[in-house]
Design a binder for this molecule. Sequence first.
Ligand SMILES: [Ca+2]
Ligand SMILES: [Ca+2]
Length: 500
Amino acid sequence: MRGGRVRGPVIATLALIVAACAALPAAGPVAAPVPATPPASIVVIMTDDLDEVTVTAMPRLRSLLHDRGTTFNAFFAAVPICCPNRASLMRGQYGHNHQVTGNYRWYEGLYLSGREEDTLATRLDPSHRVIGVGKYMNAYPGDAAPTYVPPGWNRVRFSSGEPEYLGYRLIETSGAGPPSLVDYGSAAEHYSTDVFAQQADHLIRETAADGEPFFLYVAPKAPHGPQGDASVAPRHRGAAVTQSQRPRSLAFDEADVSDKPSFVRGLPRLTQKAISDLDQKHRQRQRQMLAVEDLVQTILTALSETGRLESTYLFFTSDNGVHFGEHRMTQDSIGATKGRLYDTDIKVPLVVRGPGVPEGATRDQLVSMIDLLPTILDITGHSMPDYVDGRSFRTLLQLVPERWPRRGLLVQTWNGADNDESGRGPHGRALVTASRRYLEHHGLTPREYELYRSETDPEQIENVYASASRAEREELQRALDALKDCRGASCRTAEDAAPD
Ligand SMILES: [Ca+2]
Ligand SMILES: [Ca+2]
């Protein structure tokens, strides 16, 4: 039995008592009962493969979220592909600790290992209605029931197979009764981003009517490929976009890749055809995101109309970034648009709006997907489990944050048949600090390294590893070694001890 089921009416009653007291004429000091503040509600919108470049092309998103909340400029994936980073959200752990090292490894890492018995969902279950809409992981485990619902989730509309824009099946639960499988077709009204928006709207209103706080996880497929017209909402097909081209940054079709490791060094300059294909996909991704802007608006409206906007924190993020021509890498040339250790892939959007969160503010402190679980538990009054590697960044949501002691972060990739989507790239790990990126490619023989000075070279054009001093190389290697096997508190100690 969940405490939240009875808390709502109790609070409502207390509120009535307080309101009644306030209406009485003052007769000296009255020790009126102070109603306990109900836990805040939480919304996490997890887009799929949304990168920071594309966010700059979405003005409505920026006016709904960034102008009204705090934007994190240095938010990193723990593992820069879908399932592993979503597992980092659900467990607050680095990849080597949750062991979801590939997109279909979550079966072993979460389900079989029993780690799924203790997640963000189960931790919030006693106090919140825990609602999941959209993509939980890439697909459901082979030997689980087709209607499998992970522990802790009270209401779900989760994709049962691969998430799709049209033609998909959802596992749906209500308060009582067994889960059901519901098929959605290819009609305009079945476009999944819109369906998820309507479901989120319905579940927010239902939960608000029941007087419970909620945790709502909404995960649309957008702007994940494919980028054909069928993956754009019918009303947005051919719509005008802000950026007609993928921005021609220094990294785009990088002129000189002689500094790069072998898997990039061997790439030719982009052909005109490749560039026009990248530009076309970039335009389609913006069109896919137009429906996500509508989804954000729908959720904000539902929160506002149910009186929950002032007590709800909304986190808008993505599971990984992408490269679309940066460092000459395309899906055709490197086999995937993501999963590399460059900032294009590992740095992902995060914006938070909610009560007391400064509007239009930015934060440069290093934060990671492993921090969302501890932050959300902190905001909702729960203690943090010992297994968590991350830390609460609640202080960064205040007008004047306290000192942020973290100096380094770990990012990891694994090269496996179902992890590195190309099967061709190296597995490795990166140390992220305020001023440097240090990359080790363990899948290459001999092993290769990269070092970038982020303050002067944020686009990672000049790998300076070869010219770095031996002392600097050793210092970075030691710091990365201290993180690669860390667990819980020892991760935070190693992060704080990293060199700037
Ligand atoms: Ca993804
Ligand atoms: Ca270069």
